[in-house]
Ligand binder design. Sequence first.
Ligand SMILES: Cc1ncc(COP(=O)(O)O)c(C=O)c1O
Length: 389
Amino acid sequence: MGELQSSTIREILKMPQTPDSVSFSAGNPSPLTFPHEDMAKIAAEIFQNDYVTALQYGITEGYEPLRAAISQRMSSKYGIGSDLDDVIVTSGGQQVIDLAIKVLVNENDTILCESPSFIGALNAFRSYNARLVGIPVDKDGMDIDSLEKALRTEPNVRLIYTIPTFHNPCGCTMSLDRRKRILELAKKYGVFILEDSPYFELRYSGEDLPTLKSMDTEGYVIFAGSFSKVIAPGIRVGFVCAHRDIVSKMTVAKQVIDVHTNLFFQILVDRYLRLGVIDGHIEKCRALYMQKRDRMLAAMDRHMAGSAAWNVPDGGLFIWAELPEGYDGLELCRRLKDRNISCVPGNTFCVDQKQVSRGFRLNFSLPSDEQIDRGIAVIGQVLSEYIRS
Ligand SMILES: Cc1ncc(COP(=O)(O)O)c(C=O)c1O
C-alpha cells in the first residue's frame, strides 16, 4: 500500500459543495433510477418473513436462489456462462477484480490493461505489487496489435484486464473483430481475460455486441458483473461468472475477505429479479441516460467545439474529451476547480499517472440538466481562456 497515493479523484471530490458547484467527476448512477419503492416493499417483507436467512451467516458462494437467478438471466439473455462455468455473488464488481488478482497474480507478475483504465482496478493491481503494462485504447477499444506485442515480449503475463463495453473512462466499445482477436490471443498465450462489464446493459445507440464471455468456449474469460449501475451501488451486489476451477479458488479467497456478501441485499436483489421488472427498469435507466448524454453532447457542441474533441459513447456514464496537442487535462481541471466545476484529468486513469494526458472525463448521469448546461458553458469559457493563454 506504500506505493498508493490518494487519488486525484478523491482530492477533486473534496471540492466544497456550494449552490453553484457542478460535479462531472463522479461515476455515480442517478438516484432517480433507484427502484426504492419496490425495494422498500421487498425489504419489509424480508424482515417480516425471512429475517433468519437475512440476518444469519450464509455461505460464501452467495444466496442460492440469487446465484440461480443470475445464471439464468445471464445465460438466457446474453449467452454468458457454459457447462464449464460457475457463478458466485460478490460484494460489487470491484471485489471480482480483487479476487482475480488473489487467485491468478503473484507479486511482480504482469497484468496488461487498457491505459487509460478504471482507477479502482489499477489501484487494486498496484496494491498487490503487480507489474502493470498499459495498452493504448482508441475508438474501437484496446489496440490488439499492441496487446499481441506485449504478450510476446513482457515477462510473466498472468492477466489481461479490459472494459470492452462502454469503457470507463474512454466511453469506447471494443469492435467485434477485436473481440474475436483478443480471445484468440488469450488462447494462444494461455492468459486469462478479466472482462469488467458493469455498464454493458446501458446502451443508448449502436448495435449490441456479444460479451467476450459469451464467445469464450474454453474458459479463458472471467466476467465481472454488477447491479451497481442497474439497481443501486450502495447495495454492493455483483457477481463473477468464470471457469468453475477459478470460481472455486475465488470462493476460498472471498471467505477470508468478507465471509459472504451482505445477505439482506442478496435476498432483496433476488426478490427484485423475481418481480420480473428488471428489463423494464433498465429500459427506463437507458432512456434517462440517453437524454442526459445527448444534452451534454449538445452543450459541448455549443461551447467547446474547436477547443476540444470528444467521442460519442454508445452507452455507459462517461464522455471522454481531449484538448489540442500541447495542452494538459490536469491543468484544465485545476482551473475548473477554481470555478467550482469538477471533472477528472486523464492522467489519473493512466498506468503511469505522471504522464501528461490531454484527456479529461465528464460524467453525465449525476448532474441535473441545468447543471449540465451551466457547467459545460463554464468549461467552454475556461477552455478558451486556457488555450488563449
Ligand atoms: C469499470 C468499472 N468496473 C468496476 C466498477 C465497480 O463497481 P461496483 O463494485 O460498484 O460493482 C466500476 C465502478 O464505477 C467501474 O467503473
